[in-house]
Design a protein around this ligand. Structure first.
Ligand SMILES: NC(=O)c1ccc[n+]([C@@H]2O[C@H](COP(=O)([O-])OP(=O)(O)OC[C@H]3O[C@@H](n4cnc5c(N)ncnc54)[C@H](OP(=O)(O)O)[C@@H]3O)[C@@H](O)[C@H]2O)c1
Length: 230
């Protein structure tokens, strides 16, 4: 059993997602207002995006050797909402102020050091392993359901993490806030960035679930993935 997965993004007419140069006064509001209307137990982001929310300070390394096993760890938590970081090498640092209202779950590979695991444990952060050196995202989703009872998950980008879930066929819905802008920056990430895509993968087809006009020139379009019968 895995959670139902809804990918939610705000993009330009050409699918770009970096909003810093869009000249919008409140770009994140358009994203957040619609995100809040999607009922989920957790949201998830790639390491690059999650670093915008995690602590900017290096973590304090405790002295000693940490003989911690590379097995999943569920920290004590009260709330029922979660923020999940796809962070295979353990680059995000956390402190108590990082995410006051959500319990943080790090998704790691076994490449991480035991020192980093000690940092997560002492910051009250849970973690699950998704593979030795590479992540198996289907396994990760099953663990999120089993260990935290996450039934509905919103993937909030960026483009590389969205592309990874798309490639693995794990996106059930796509929710797009379409902004009335043409960005055109070559090399800037787009809504779906799929790496190592040489195996003849077909594009994923979606059908429209709903369309709403927001704030005059923006659209909020919700799509459902059409599952191919292989
Ligand atoms: N407009 C919007 O709605 C929106 C939403 C979210 C983010 N953004 C913007 O998007 C930008 C970041 O997007 P991005 O595409 O560059 O980065 P991203 O998807 O946030 O993060 C990419 C990183 O996540 C890890 N990762 C993702 N998939 C993985 C997999 N299958 N296996 C192992 N590791 C995986 C890797 O971390 P390592 O490099 O550590 O291996 C990878 O480099 C930021 O500017 C952010 O502000 C926009």
């Amino acid at each position: 059993m895995r959670p139902y997965v809804i990918c939610h993004m705000m993009g330009t007419l050409d699918g770009r997602i970096k909003s810093a140069h869009w000249g919008l006064k409140n770009a994140s509001k358009y994203f957040e207002d619609q995100a809040a209307k999607i009922k989920v137990d957790a949201w998830l982001a790639g390491r690059t995006t999650m670093e915008e929310f995690s602590s900017q300070k290096p973590y304090r390394r405790r002295k000693g050797r940490f003989n911690l096993p590379k097995t999943d760890f569920v920290a004590e938590h009260r709330g029922k909402s979660f923020a999940v970081a796809i962070d295979p090498s353990g680059k995000c640092h956390w402190d108590s102020k990082s995410m006051p209202s959500e319990h943080i779950i790090e998704v790691l590979t076994e490449k991480v050091s035991t020192e980093y695991l000690d940092h997560l444990r002492s910051s009250g952060v849970s973690y699950v392993f998704g593979g030795k050196t590479a992540l198996n995202l289907a396994l990760v989703l099953r663990k999120l359901r089993k260990c935290f009872n996450i039934r509905r998950l919103r993937i909030d980008g960026g483009g590389h993490v969205n592309g990874s879930f798309l490639k693995a066929g794990l996106i059930d819905e796509f929710s797009l806030v379409l902004s009335p802008l043409a960005d055109g920056r070559t090399g800037s990430p787009s809504v779906f960035e799929v790496s190592d895509d040489s195996a003849g993968r077909k594009a994923t087809r979606f059908r429209i679930k709903s369309i709403r006009r927001i704030d005059r020139d923006f659209l909020w379009i919700r799509y459902v993935a059409v599952k191919s019968s292989k």
